[in-house]
Design a protein around this ligand. Structure first.
Ligand code: CP3
Length: 352
């Protein structure tokens, strides 16, 4: 396919360091349980099965775009979809997250871990349907999980509070750990490649749990693999890199090579920009409203959005950043009132 040529879409203009017509905004986890129309179409279908149904995944991807007027769609998928596509036994348990049939504990388990070598036509077809429906001012963001965050689910066997098995492997059996990262990276790259071939306009690398690591461990055990994934697609589409609780890692994460750095809500954007700039020079910022503020009512929303926008302006005026894409500091919480999301988008756009 030929990629859409839509440089004036506000999100793509901002990601390129140009001046968009308005501050672009989208929300991580904008699709999903906050929307009644999502709960309706997902009824009786498991989360992971829905990610392999082209019409359904396209419908779910478009729901928040239609309802809230955001500047981007994010592909409805999950970080474990490439594992499922490769043949790994994994389910998503509602209220918990991805749970593996069998945790990875030994070198033999790693050697037996399937690698994604085939296309995933259902996902490519879903992307085609979404692109037909989006306007030229709305971007489609694809995504993959970073090897560390995926490895954590594999090693722990499921969601983990402290990531102790993962850290035990990193420190106790570093060779085994590196073998796992080597094994996972091609599957992630392959899943990203097929999304790009299908026409996504931008991508986000989710290293959601990287913030559990020290900078030293991040640099030695994680960063080289994220570098490899982002390098693979350098110059093709804008790349966004994000993790939760990564205030202390922003400099190191910026070395992975993305154009845009996602910032969680704990660090003001101007402070984040200083940290990024000191290591990698100015980049575009994405973030960083606390998702809980969507429960706090209109006045709180107006003042928090204004604060965040002014912190981004300060970062740009200081020469520490080249643009701002508005987002949350992590995903939409499941019980968020859908109306608050629509309201937040209008406030960011200055339509209130
Ligand atoms: O709208 C979007 O942002 C796109 C969809 C998206 C999903 N998962 C859909 C989903 C994205 C970008 C993801 C990525 C993902 N999945 C991450 C990285 C982003 C982040 O939040 O840090 C992680 C860590 C996962 C793993 C995962 N999958 C978790 C922790 C959960 C939540 C479990 C729960 O029930 O609370 C999931 C399931 C999931 N992924 C849901 C959705 C809409 C909820 C499932 C449902 O509706 O039944």
């Amino acid at each position: 396919m030929t990629r859409r040529n839509i440089p004036h879409a506000p999100l793509l203009a901002a990601a390129a360091g140009d001046t968009p017509d308005r501050t672009p905004v989208w929300f991580m986890r904008q699709a999903g349980r906050s929307l009644p129309e999502y709960r309706k179409v997902r009824e009786g279908i498991s989360m992971l099965d829905s990610c392999f149904m082209p019409e359904l995944l396209a419908e779910i991807t478009m729901q928040p775009v239609r309802r809230h007027g955001v500047d981007a769609a994010i592909l409805f998928s999950d970080i474990v979809v490439p594992l499922r596509a490769a043949g790994v036994g994994v389910e998503i348990v509602p209220g918990r997250g991805p749970v593996m049939d069998k945790a990875i504990t030994t070198r033999a388990d790693i050697d037996a871990l399937p690698i994604l070598e085939e296309d995933v036509p259902e996902v490519a077809e879903g992307i085609g349907i979404i692109l037909d429906e989006l306007t030229d001012s709305q971007a489609l963001i694809g995504f993959v999980g970073a090897p560390f965050t995926l490895a954590s689910y594999l090693v722990e066997g499921g969601p983990s509070k402290n990531h102790e098995k993962t850290k035990a492997m990193i420190h106790g059996e570093p060779e085994t750990w590196h073998a796992l990262m080597e094994r996972l990276t091609p599957t992630i790259t392959r899943f990203l490649r097929l999304q790009i071939d299908a026409g996504i306009d931008a991508m986000q690398l989710f290293d959601s749990w990287a913030g559990f690591l020290t900078e030293r461990d991040y640099r030695e055990h994680v960063l080289p693999y994220s570098v490899r994934i982002l390098e693979e697609i350098a110059g093709e589409i804008p790349r966004i890199h994000f993790g939760v609780g990564t205030g202390e890692l922003l400099g190191a994460m910026s070395e992975a090579g993305s154009e845009v750095m996602g910032v969680d809500w704990r660090v003001p954007l101007d402070v984040a920009a200083e940290r990024i700039h000191a290591v990698s020079g100015p980049k575009v910022l994405q973030g960083n409203l606390d998702p809980a503020v969507l429960f706090a009512g209109r006045d709180a929303l107006v003042s928090e959005v204004a604060r965040i926008k002014s912190e981004a302006v300060r970062a740009m005026e200081a020469g520490h950043a080249t643009g701002h894409i508005f987002n949350l500091g992590h995903g939409v919480l499941p019980n968020t009132p859908a109306e608050a999301i629509t309201e937040a988008v209008a406030i960011v756009h200055g339509e209130n």
